[in-house]
Design a protein around this ligand. Structure first.
Ligand SMILES: Cc1ncc(COP(=O)(O)O)c(C=O)c1O
Length: 440
């Protein structure tokens, strides 16, 4: 093993982060090669910086006019120059400041500096690289975003398992209670904890259900994770906060679970994966952040963890997109942004309310049972007596309505992408086609 990897491992070995690390995670390191040497030179090479494979003239990067003209708000060095492996310092510190503002309970604890990755997907994939080995189990909600399985099972060879999270699932007798099925979750997590290690993704607001825990449910989840850690299991808690901020009800817990898990217990390694993709309406920007939090980790240990992540970044995409980071910085610093975000949030809230009104204004559909939803971009029906995929195809072919099926059990509707005025008629069509299908 490379001696730099061994040095990082030695720093992390006594901590949950070290114990949970995969074989690949243990082998990764950030080389003291081109990038590190060029970084040193950037600070002190005042005569001439002959380190890196970029082309400069009189201190400015060479750039083609078409690229420069297409991004008039950015300087050539904000477009063409490689970004540092873990991202532009200012983007990282600004995101951390915002994260603490959005999650006040984080202020007291210690967390790493967020590292920039090319989108949340990349962040999840890197964390799976670092912490999931072949045959190890990765838990998520049932249903969950389909990319978790692709990353956890197909890419990393892990054992991907979806747990009953939501209260009106068929394993639950108390069908009228909406929210998290904490009893089912406790049972599954305690069973998993018997292996000595738990790796779980919390995705709130959830894709596809559109659910985020209430205050009480969040407290109960945190208590459960603490108990598991106190009983001796190491826990990797990945918080995929892609839809953070889209909370529509008063009683919802409006911070990331990360803010409570980051300093919870020495055996808990919390990882926050977030970014501007959904929060800041920048889906194509391909930019995300990974932040670590674990009780008792020192700044040197956080640096070691980030160095492991930098090894994953350097060995795959080398670094993230530079203009994306500057565009994000400009967006977050622009005085128009808060007002526009508020207006967009109101738009989403109205759509959410229109869906709730439709459902409340109709008798329960015998074939379509909404999973609990109170947040995010989506809501999902559990299909009973009709196959979700058949319904999806029928809606598309006969009504011109696009939805997403998750297997044959769930049909997801992204109310985020339909205008409020269309919601009633679209849901009417969904109800009608489900009834027609059930009659066949
Ligand atoms: C739960 C969840 N996480 C992550 C992502 C991906 O984010 P990004 O586009 O930044 O890779 C999505 C996108 O649909 C998502 O639904």
């Amino acid at each position: 093993m490379n001696c730099l990897a061994e040095e990082l491992n030695a720093l992390l070995d006594g901590a949950a982060a070290g114990r949970l690390m995969s074989g690949l995670g243990r082998r990764l390191y950030f080389p003291k090669g081109i990038i590190a040497q060029a970084g040193e030179a950037k600070k002190s090479a005042h005569r001439g910086n002959a380190t890196i494979g970029m082309a400069f003239q009189e201190g400015k990067p060479l750039i083609l006019s078409a690229a420069a003209d297409a991004m008039p708000g950015l300087k050539p060095e904000e477009i063409a120059v490689y970004a540092p492996t873990a991202g532009i310092e200012k983007a990282r510190t600004l995101w951390k400041d915002l994260m603490i503002r959005k999650n006040p309970s984080l202020a007291a604890g210690s967390i790493s500096l967020p590292a920039v990755v090319p989108g949340l997907t990349a962040g999840i994939s890197y964390i799976a690289d670092l912490f999931l080995d072949e045959g190890e189990t990765l838990l998520a909600s049932k249903p969950s975003w389909d990319n978790y399985e692709l990353i956890g099972a197909e890419r990393r060879g892990g054992n991907f398992r979806e747990l009953f999270f939501f209260n009106n699932e068929k394993n639950n007798e108390k069908n009228n209670e909406k929210g998290l099925d904490l009893a089912a979750l406790k049972k599954s997590l305690e069973e998993e904890a018997e292996t000595g290690e738990v790796r779980i993704i919390f995705n709130f607001p959830n894709n596809p259900s559109g659910y985020a825990p209430t205050q009480g449910e969040a407290e109960a989840l945190v208590r459960l994770i603490r108990e598991i850690a106190e009983n001796g299991a190491d826990v990797l808690a990945i918080c995929d906060d892609a839809y953070f901020g889209f909370f529509y009800e008063d009683d919802t817990f409006k911070e990331s679970l990360f803010s409570r898990l980051a300093g919870l217990h020495e055996r808990v390694l919390a990882v926050k994966i977030d970014g501007p993709t959904k929060e800041d309406y920048a889906w194509g920007l391909r930019m995300g952040f990974v932040t670590f939090g674990s009780k008792g980790l020192s700044p040197v240990q956080y640096d070691a963890l980030v160095a492991k992540l930098m090894g994953a970044i350097r060995s795959s995409v080398s670094c993230s997109n530079t203009p994306a980071q500057y565009l994000m910085l400009k967006t977050l610093e622009d005085p128009r942004t808060p007002g526009e975000k508020e207006a967009n949030y109101r738009l989403m809230l109205k759509r959410y309310r229109a869906v709730k009104d439709f459902i409340a204004g109709h008798p329960p559909h015998p074939n379509l049972q909404p999973l609990p939803f109170n947040s995010g971009y989506f809501m999902t029906f559990r299909c009973i007596g009709v196959a979700a995929e058949t319904l999806r195809k029928k809606l598309l072919a006969q009504e011109g309505i696009g939805t997403i099926s998750f297997g044959n059990e769930y049909l997801r509707v992204a109310f985020s992408s339909i205008d409020e005025g269309q919601i009633f008629s679209i849901y009417q069509a969904i109800y009608a086609e489900a009834s027609n299908l059930a009659k066949l």
